[in-house]
Design a protein around this ligand. Structure first.
Ligand code: HEM
Ligand SMILES: [Cu+2]
Length: 566
């Protein structure tokens, strides 16, 4: 039966919402699109706060013997910056994007548990507020870093309520993540439209499935880690106190059993974003669909077995085993780079702003990945641990990777969500400022680390070259801020400019969200097109090419069954 023969399915609107407009309609929102927007805008707000905190640090570090802030303030600032960037920006922005996109990409009406979804957002928001409220506590906010090792985070050293509020806030965001993971898995497995088989899911939805499983594996150990610390702090426990038969190393095991999967919870969604953007702007089917899916499952599985590479220098773990497992993750990630390059190969590349951010991601993440392979080798890690080499490494993967992909996602799906295209001119200016500013900030840190500059120091002596490189890094941070300001101006100016009805598929995208209106109706689809391949929206626009994807799918599936993964 040819693709055009299958009639589109009419979708009857669900019961209209009681409260359609105004603040109350947002407070009572259970629709996945609204909850997605609440998550993304709140996460972006926390990004701005965490960005301002990074400017405080870079001002302090712009020259040796800085006096802009003192040690106690600096400790609070880097703790809150790292905490906010990880727990309140990069991960929740991905949850927000997935909240908006998954039902649209699978042809479903909503998340399967809409009210659980709403509760997860409010736990996230109030968790974030609780973390920041520590700043108002006596003695100031938490200042033991984003991983808050015991005994530094214990009651003897961190005696104020700031540390407790940090712990309680992050327990709330952890519960929020677990609720979100449950919703994503059940919705993806049970709410797919007819024809949307698992091997036709868009890569973004596949990445969210792997991410959600990791959430359910990683967050309970974190909650345990933090609850035991609260018992030690406020209920007279000695679980992490070696002088009373407890173990400080136990804290590190529990934290990193969560902490390493967390870094993949922060990158897998964006591997999905990059794949969607690169495929759309290369004008070719995704190269290596099965390889991309299976390498994510390999990464998700392996990432549960490498946590102790954060503990090489403790002498308490079997370094060769954890080093070996960490190298294997590099292999699975390499497959993705191969498939992204294969997708672009001989493609009709369109250098739009989302595509530029995607290419920026590839450059930065490659550098971040290679330095990651270096610190996965214990001898190198003994030198680099707790130095600016490491600060550079994780900023290249999380800032240069996830953050760049977040901007790619905003520029890519903005017309779908709001029915308005962001200015490409301003977009490209903000991309180049961000790319140059980012590398000017974090590349010099590689050398500072190799020259022995430790992380988490509020100032440093005037050793040769340290002042110059730190000054360049701080100037780079200023350029990045300018890029963010131009982005915000772009959003403001573009949303004022009304261009009439936005096309359903302005970029010629291929997944199902591009087959409904921009913005989508409340119940997501007026009509569901027939789904006969993993690019239904493209097939709908190019019925003459529809067989191309179908043949590709057949060929790839046959090879896959023959054990040849493409
Ligand atoms: C956007 C520009 C950014 C700048 C200028 C910046 C700058 C910094 C600086 C100067 C430090 C402190 C290093 C130290 O004293 O040890 C730091 C720490 C950190 N940053 Fe960023 N950062 C940025 C973005 C990000 C992003 C996007 C993430 C993503 C997750 C992130 C996560 C972290 C973490 C986890 C720490 C460690 C905090 C700790 O030691 O507890 N940063 N950042
Ligand atoms: Cu790790």
């Amino acid at each position: 039966m040819s693709i055009t023969a299958a009639p589109p399915i009419r979708i009857e609107p669900s019961a209209p919402r009681l409260i359609k407009h105004g603040i109350v309609s947002w407070l009572c929102a259970t629709d996945h699109k609204r909850i997605g927007l609440l998550y993304m805008s709140t996460a972006f707000f926390f990004f701005i706060l965490a960005g301002l905190l990074s400017l405080v640090m870079r001002t302090q570090l712009a020259q040796p013997n800085g006096t802009f802030v003192d040690a106690h303030v600096y400790n609070q600032v880097f703790t809150l910056h790292g905490t906010a960037m990880i727990f309140l920006f990069v991960a929740p922005f991905g949850f927000g994007l997935a909240n908006y996109l998954i039902p649209l990409q699978i042809g479903g009406p909503d998340m399967i548990f809409p009210r659980l979804n709403a509760v997860s957002y409010w736990f996230f928001l109030f968790g974030g507020i609780t973390v920041f409220s520590g700043l108002a506590a006596q003695g100031g906010g938490a200042s033991a870093g984003w991983f808050a090792y015991a005994p530094l985070s214990g009651i003897q050293i961190s005696s104020g309520a700031g540390q407790d509020l940090w712990l309680i806030g992050l327990l709330m965001t952890s519960v929020s993540s677990i609720m979100t993971g449950i919703n994503f898995i059940t919705t993806t497995l049970l709410y797919r439209a007819p024809g949307m088989t698992m091997w036709r899911l868009p890569i973004f939805t596949w990445e969210m499935l792997a991410t959600s499983l990791m959430i359910l594996m990683a967050f309970p150990p974190l909650a345990t880690c933090f609850i035991l610390l609260l018992v030690d702090r406020r209920m007279g426990g000695h679980i992490y106190d070696p002088t009373m038969g407890g173990s400080a190393i136990l804290y590190q095991h529990l934290f990193w059993f969560f902490g390493h999967p967390e870094v993949y919870i922060m990158i897998l969604p964006y591997f999905g974003v990059i794949t969607e953007v690169i495929t759309t702007f290369s004008g070719k089917p995704t190269f290596g669909y099965f390889g991309l899916v299976l390498s994510s499952w390999a990464i998700a599985t392996l990432s549960m077995s490498v946590w102790a590479h954060h503990m090489f220098t403790t002498g308490a773990v079997t370094n060769p085993f954890f080093a070996g497992m960490s190298f294997l993750i590099g292999v699975a990630t390499g497959i993705k780079f191969w498939n992204w390059i294969g997708t672009m190969w001989q493609g009709a590349i369109r250098l739009t702003t989302p595509m530029l951010f995607a290419l920026g991601f590839l450059f930065n993440f490659l550098f971040g990945g290679v330095t990651g392979m270096m610190v996965a080798s214990p001898p190198i890690d003994f030198h680099a641990e707790d130095s600016y080499f490491l600060v550079s490494h994780f900023h290249y993967v999380l800032g240069g990777g996830s953050m760049f992909a977040i901007f790619a996602a905003i520029y890519f799906w903005f017309p779908k969500v709001f029915g308005v295209m962001l200015s490409e001119k301003l977009g490209k200016i903000s991309f180049w400022l961000m790319f140059v500013g980012f590398n000017a900030t974090f590349f010099p840190m590689i050398f500072l680390g190799m020259w022995g500059m430790p992380r988490r120091v509020y100032t440093y002596p005037n050793f040769p070259g340290w002042g110059d490189l730190n000054f360049i890094a701080s100037a780079g941070a200023a350029v990045m801020s300018l890029a963010v300001i131009i982005f915000l101006v772009n959003v403001y100016v573009s949303s004022l400019r009304h261009v009439g009805k936005m096309a359903d598929n302005p970029w010629d995208g291929y997944s199902l969200e591009w087959a409904t209106s921009s913005p989508p109706p409340e119940h997501n689809f007026e009509w569901l097109p027939p789904i006969r391949s993993f690019r239904p929206a493209f097939d709908m626009r190019h019925p003459e090419l529809a067989s191309q994807a179908k043949d590709y799918e057949k060929r790839a599936m046959r090879k896959f069954k023959e054990g040849k993964i493409t």
